[in-house]
Design a binder for this molecule. Structure first.
Ligand SMILES: Cc1cc2nc3c(=O)[nH]c(=O)nc-3n(C[C@H](O)[C@H](O)[C@H](O)COP(=O)(O)O)c2cc1C
Length: 211
């Protein structure tokens, strides 16, 4: 039985969002094909995802100097404690499904805050004499992303920095590969939008059966 973390970074649901529509098609198909797996939805727009700020640095500093957790201020305890919860939950997953829209060539900032919360030495990677080494070598990951223009190929391909960054961080964590499922071109060619969406939903359903 695998534990799947379904991590969505979108303020809307599938009625508005192409990413979320493809994500929903994928995860429903996955659940049908893997009824005994556990799927945990982490809705980054609803969850408390602390930013790494002055409280967090102060809290970490106290812990590193040997002070107990109870010496942290209430704010420091809340933020450091929550970051710890998020990283523990992340490493408890076997498969990761990220859903995000392409915004200004990247993903919404809450996803970066989430990545910052799980990029923890000793949990997702470790330092060695040869440099950092990823620890999540037995995991699988998928990124579902809608983008109004075309980025899979063509002149804008080099500009896409959302899936690219997620691939970099997945690789840094040791995850063997980050698959991509893209819904693209519907803003560039509005007349084809419905077809582009329907095609992506079909691909998402098919991938849900095999992922
Ligand atoms: C804030 C914002 C920024 C966007 N930036 C880009 C962009 O850089 N490139 C692009 O092709 N489309 C861009 N778009 C269009 C979206 O990628 C497109 O609408 C896509 O469908 C968004 O995913 P969604 O349908 O899940 O919301 C942007 C849309 C918004 C709202």
């Amino acid at each position: 039985m695998a534990k799947v973390l379904y991590i969505t970074a979108h303020p809307h649901d599938e009625s508005v969002s192409y990413s979320m529509a493809a994500g929903k098609a994928f995860i429903e198909s996955y659940k049908e094909a893997n009824p005994s797996d556990e799927v945990v939805h982490i809705d980054l727009y609803k969850e408390n995802i602390p930013h790494i700020d002055a409280d967090v640095f102060a809290g970490w500093g106290k812990l590193q100097s040997g002070s107990g957790f109870d010496t942290l201020s209430a704010e420091e305890q809340a933020k450091v404690g929550r970051l710890n919860e998020l990283s523990e939950q992340f490493i408890s997953g076997d498969k990761y499904v990220f859903v995000s829209p392409l915004w200004n060539f990247s993903f919404p900032p809450v996803l970066k805050a989430y990545i910052d919360s799980v990029a923890v030495a000793g949990k997702t990677f470790k330092y060695t004499e040869q440099g950092p080494v990823g620890l999540l070598t037995d995991k699988k990951a998928l990124h579902i992303q809608a983008r109004g223009g075309y980025y899979s190929e063509g002149p804008a391909a080099e500009l896409e920095a959302g899936h690219r960054y997620l691939s970099t961080i997945a690789s840094f964590f040791g995850i063997p590969s980050l698959e991509g499922l893209f819904v693209e071109g519907h803003n560039a060619e509005p007349a084809k939008a419905e077809q582009i969406k329907a095609d992506a939903i079909e691909r998402a359903k098919a991938l849900g059966k095999t992922f």
